[in-house]
Design a protein around this ligand. Structure first.
Ligand code: NAD
Ligand code: FES
Length: 347
């Protein structure tokens, strides 16, 4: 039987205990109002307004529909870790867009984000240029990758394989870079549909132990999907203690099928629909090992062999329509939450 989600206040859930709320200047809808006296918040908001937005220092199109931006966000840059994500809003009424962190520079106080145009909001975001800014830049959200807290000696003894699919290459990069900086060189597979859609190849090559590129159409590197390369590498005699897979849900599902057969424990980073990113709205609900989890606070990384991918993919589709959200509310009962104000669950 499915267990119900914890009813702990969201900020005491795993991953938010140490959340630095001071970065939330200008984010009245988020955690700030729960923790900051009204007067102080007003002052902070005013200060933020005067200081200006989170300035975009660099904006470029990496390939068709995939963009990279370097954003001035000192507090996020200071505390973020591989595996975490942020939520941006372009203006006060704007949609909240969750984005994985691709890189950060603590000295310069910058955070690099990579995103793909998937709808109206990201389409609008792609038009922003260097010198423009975000109204909100909230983070770091979610839990850091598990290895960040591991003992370095035991980490060095492990052979890690990262599998990055398409835009999923962006969140894989800071993880491999973090390990490289600690003297640990992991193997990395990067998969893209075709050569032109490959991103961050040079950057990944500079931090990976061995980099294997694969394209679905065989236009560059190895031919076929990432799963084929995993199989090939193991058949070539390579041994892996752990695999980290980040990319489209369908890719992660099939990577997990493959690594289960090969007996390689696998971590995946889930990116279901997110609204508040703080565990309140319930939009990012997933089932892991038969338990209800919320990707934004319990994840985004989970044991891939325990994730119910079929349910997660189905839910993504259902959540898109009003009728679907009403259906989920009725079906999920108490664990649906509904604090987002979008799904009707808070009626
Ligand atoms: P894509 O569809 O081009 O796929 C990238 C690679 O994944 C392919 O080249 C292939 O090697 C592999 N792949 C795809 N389907 C597979 C299958 N059925 N079996 C085995 N391997 C398969 O990727 P894209 O268009 O860049 O992906 C966009 C998606 O990635 C969006 O849905 C986005 O939400 C998601 N995404 C996820 C994360 C995350 O944190 N999990 C981060 C960024 C983007
Ligand atoms: Fe995770 Fe709202 S986005 S609960």
């Amino acid at each position: 039987m499915m267990k119900t989600a914890s009813s702990q206040p969201f900020r005491f859930k795993k991953g938010l205990q140490n959340t630095d709320t001071s970065f939330m200047i200008g984010n009245e809808d988020f955690l700030g109002h729960q923790q900051t006296p009204r007067k102080k918040l007003h002052k902070l908001k005013r200060k933020a307004w005067l200081i200006g937005m989170y300035k975009i220092l660099q904006a470029e199109e990496l390939t068709t529909n995939i963009f990279l931006m370097v954003v001035e966000a000192e507090r996020v840059a200071k505390s973020c870790q591989p595996g975490q994500f942020i939520i941006v809003r372009m203006d006060e009424e704007g949609e909240r867009i969750p984005l994985t962190i691709c890189d950060y520079d603590r000295k310069k106080g910058t955070v690099t984000i990579v995103f793909q145009i998937v709808g109206a909001a990201t389409h609008k975001m792609a038009a922003l240029k260097a010198g423009d800014g975000f109204h909100d830049f909230v983070g770091p959200l979610g839990c850091p990758s598990e290895f960040v807290g591991e003992d370095l000696e035991s980490l060095r003894a492990k052979k890690m394989l990262f599998v990055a699919g398409g835009v999923g290459t962006a969140p894989v990069y800071p993880q491999v870079k973090w390990l490289h900086e600690k003297g640990i060189d992991a193997d990395v597979i990067v998969g893209a549909k075709t050569k032109d859609l490959l991103i961050l190849e040079k950057e990944m090559a500079s931090v990976a132990g061995n980099l294997f590129i694969t394209t679905d159409d065989g236009s560059y590197g190895r031919s076929g999907m990432v799963t084929q390369t995993i199989k090939d590498l193991v058949e070539e005699g390579r041994k892996y203690d752990v695999c980290v897979a980040i990319g489209p849900m369908i890719m992660m599902k099939f990577v997990c099928k493959m690594t289960e057969e090969l007996h390689i424990p696998t971590i995946v980073s889930l990116n279901p629909i997110m609204v508040d990113g703080t565990g309140m709205c319930g939009a990012c609900r997933v089932t892991v090992g038969g338990e209800v989890k919320f990707a934004c606070v319990d994840g985004p990384e989970f044991d891939g062999h325990k994730v119910d991918f079929d349910q997660a993919m189905k839910r993504q589709q259902i959540y898109k329509t009003e009728e679907g959200r009403a259906f989920l509310k009725a079906k999920e009962g108490d664990t649906h939450h509904g604090g987002c104000g979008n799904c009707g669950g808070n009626d």
